[in-house]
Design a protein around this ligand. Sequence first.
Ligand code: F6P
Length: 335
Amino acid sequence: MKKIAVLTSGGDAPGMNAAVRAVVRKAIYDGVEVIGVNRGYAGVIDGDFVKLDKSSVSDIIQRGGTFLRSARCDEFRTKEGRQKAAEQLRKEGVEGLIVIGGDGSFTGAMLLNEETGIRTIGVPATIDNDIACTDDAIGYDTAMNTIIDAISKIRDTASSHERAFVIEAMGRHAGFLTLAAGLAGGAESILVPEMKFDMDKVCENIQAGYEEGKIHSIILVAEGVEMDGQEFTTNRDVNESNAFLIGKEINERTGFETRVSILGHIQRGGSPTGRDRLLASRLGAAAVNAVLSGETNKMVGLIHNKVEVAEIRDAIEGNKEFDEELYELANILSI
Ligand code: F6P
């Protein structure tokens, strides 16, 4: 194999740059040329390619975002779009494509391989950490630390004013990020889509805390939590967030002054943590190993601190187990 391409796609995640750096430098080490694709799958369709050498990935390991940029591409969701993309890659002499992104990006990679034969390898990168076949995805650790930092800051003002705060974290349909950040940030209540919650209990906990002398309460809510049958949708107006409904309920039921804080896209930015840089470096290099050894339609992940190669379909469709014991522990420790 002489030439491969790399792209970042879907919602960006801190550590994507470190992953691109690892792909480029490992490929060069193995004597293979690397093409960077700008703007994800949209850039493949447009032939928006740039040759990457070892210095084009200097000074990026510490940067958030993705210097290759990212996009959600409707045209690539069509068979015609994927055919166009394959033609562009063939014209460029690309023999393998490394896709750094989440489940939507992996679905694109899988269909591209199945329909056109282009070799694809996925590298999991999403703050949601909802991809099966890997313990962690790139960006999750940094986002968790961003939320923990936000909780600490909000707790300062919550205590000053003796308020309850409902804080909404990202995660799309999943609560992995919220659970980890809520436990590590010491939230009084954690609401996630995977676990049914009882509003009476949430309010009783808040009340009990205040009676025992707590002067604040933090309720960390995953954006995917459903309330009163309201479904989660992306790109909704921020005012439709269930966090506002939850905040109103708490205020009405407990009488405590309540504020709502939607953390939003701040969770997707920032310099990646050491842990994310390490993960990105290992998985980026592993993706090059996989494609050069003839693998295709696979994802590289880290399981029990070991690099593993899985079917990309299993990564997308497999059920990432929600850690109910960790959720129980969070409840026990929040008394
Ligand atoms: O998948 C990452 C993510 O940040 C989700 O947590 C969130 O629901 C979604 O992307 C937001 O997407 P966008 O940036 O397109 O609004």
